[in-house]
Design a protein around this ligand. Structure first.
Ligand SMILES: Nc1nc2c(c(=O)[nH]1)N[C@H]1C(S)=C(S)[C@@H](COP(=O)(O)O)O[C@H]1N2
Ligand SMILES: [Mo]
Length: 200
């Protein structure tokens, strides 16, 4: 049993090298990890709010969000519970694209992602600024299912996946770092999988 797991891990390592962070094993399915239930979201009343320390607060309807230029990002998913899912294709709107419509104030070093259902997670602004951070509505060519965060989720490929907030409803720009839902319970404030920043 233990030996099986070890040999599987070393095969993953052979295939993917440093793409696979330490302590992770590759899965081929896509597990659902949600605390609580899947919220019911009506696209008619759906809104994405950009607020806090920004030059211009915004509230986008689904229609307005769909009208933004879309992009595709191919990336690997690394969950802190030790599974990784390789080669995912997400489609949506790049965070960098949103920055064409507002600017964070110079004092805004951090962001709190807010979700339908009440989940939150905190991120340093510089992590959202990476060129492949996406607000995604599709995965592998299909609309994101509700259990995986549809209609819209955050995808931050270089951090553990608990930072990739499902059912995203707002990005709040803040000056001082504050812990989100799991971070209050001891998950790491940043969550870099290659440094195994699992818990703090
Ligand atoms: N709103 C919300 N977002 C969330 C979560 C959650 O419980 N609620 N779970 C997080 C965790 S711990 C992980 S690993 C990923 C899981 O995404 P998946 O269910 O699509 O695999 O979503 C993250 N985003
Ligand atoms: Mo997770």
């Amino acid at each position: 049993m233990a030996f099986d797991l070890l040999s599987r891990r070393s095969k993953d390592r052979e295939k993917y090298g440093d793409r696979l962070p330490p302590g992770q094993k590759v899965v081929n399915d896509w597990p659902v990890l949600t605390y609580g239930g899947t919220p019911q979201i009506d696209l008619e009343t759906w809104r994405l709010r950009i607020f806090g320390a920004v030059d211009r607060e915004m509230e986008l309807t689904w229609e307005q969000f769909q009208a933004l230029p879309s992009a595709t990002v191919t990336c690997d998913i690394h969950c802190v519970t030790a599974w990784s899912r390789m080669d995912n294709e997400f489609e949506g709107v790049l965070f960098q694209e949103l920055l064409n419509h507002f600017r964070p104030l110079p004092s805004a070093g951090h962001v709190m992602a807010h979700c339908y259902g009440g989940y939150t997670t905190n991120l340093p602004l510089f992590d959202l600024m990476r060129e492949n951070v996406l607000l995604a509505y599709k995965h592998d060519g299909e609309e994101l299912t509700p259990s995986h965060g549809g209609p819209l989720r955050l995808v931050v490929p270089h951090l553990y996946f608990w930072k990739s907030a499902k059912w995203l409803r707002g990005l709040e720009f803040i000056e001082k770092e504050e812990p989100g839902f799991w971070e209050v319970y001891g998950y790491h404030l940043r969550g870099d999988p290659w440094k195994e920043e699992r818990y703090s």
